[in-house]
Design a protein around this ligand. Structure first.
Ligand SMILES: [Zn+2]
Length: 252
């Protein structure tokens, strides 16, 4: 998702292309679960997600997925200071999942597919060097942007790819573009009401955010809101797991 000055194009052609990309399931799947699942993911990701965000999840006995762009490591962004190698090592040691968010955090819909594939491989190598283990089973497209061509050519090591279009993951799904709710702005309210519907349908809900603090950026979530969401999810009977672990829990 975005956290810099860049914004993907919003002209009619880009909107149409985005809609067609969403319709075309590159990896169709029928998702069924025997209970409701919730996955919390952090994109880019800011150091506060690795620190405060991880701590809140752990206090609920839960773990999250951290979609890392290695090119952003040790840099400052609008969501605060970004992660460092020590964050990757600590998160992996504590059972969190490190996912791929590309190395350069470019808009994949605006790039050649092969450039993107090279960039994903570069991210894998950089994060492995930083201490990520079992890295790279899930991908989150930067800005949520992708193309049908990219969805079709994702390396098999990616068991799933996550977009930013809200919705429940249950029944007919596309593992190359899973639905996710932003945990900031209007979609966060939609996510909280979706939890109740998801609990009744044994659906899988994925949330994504960036920084976690008492004074979050417009793309981040307050520590109190994350804590309240997890309380609510537990009360509704959700099991909170990283993205790849939740996907493993699907029933045939
Ligand atoms: Zn991002």
């Amino acid at each position: 998702m975005t956290m810099d000055a860049y914004a993907p194009p919003r002209d009619p052609i880009a909107k149409l292309r985005r809609r067609m990309t969403q319709w075309e399931a590159a990896r169709p799947a029928m998702l069924r679960f025997d209970r409701p699942f919730l996955s919390i993911s952090f994109d880019d990701f800011p150091a506060s997600a690795a620190d405060t965000g991880a701590r809140i999840l752990e206090s609920h006995g839960a773990r999250g997925t951290f979609y890392a762009s290695a090119g952003l490591a040790n840099t400052d962004g609008p969501c605060g200071r970004n992660f460092s190698a020590s964050d990757i090592k600590r998160l992996a040691a504590n059972g969190h999942e490190i996912g791929c968010h590309s190395f350069g955090h470019n808009d994949c819909a605006q790039r050649d597919v092969f450039e993107t594939l090279q960039d994903l491989a570069k991210n894998r190598d950089a994060l492995t060097e930083m201490g990520a283990v079992k890295y790279g089973r899930t991908l989150a497209y930067p800005y949520g942007e992708t193309t049908t061509a990219l969805k079709r050519t994702l390396p098999p090591r990616f068991e799933s790819a996550r977009g930013i279009l809200p919705g429940l993951n249950v029944g007919r799904a596309d593992l190359a573009q899973l639905h996710a709710y932003a945990m900031f702005g209007k979609p966060f309210a939609a996510m909280r009401s979706a939890l109740k519907r998801a609990a009744k349908r044994n659906a899988w809900v994925i949330g994504f955010t960036h920084d976690i603090s008492d004074t979050p950026s417009p793309w981040g979530t307050s520590a109190a809101d994350l804590d309240a969401l997890l309380r609510e999810a537990h009360a509704l009977g959700f099991t909170v797991l990283p993205v790849s672990t939740a996907l493993e829990r699907r029933t045939p």
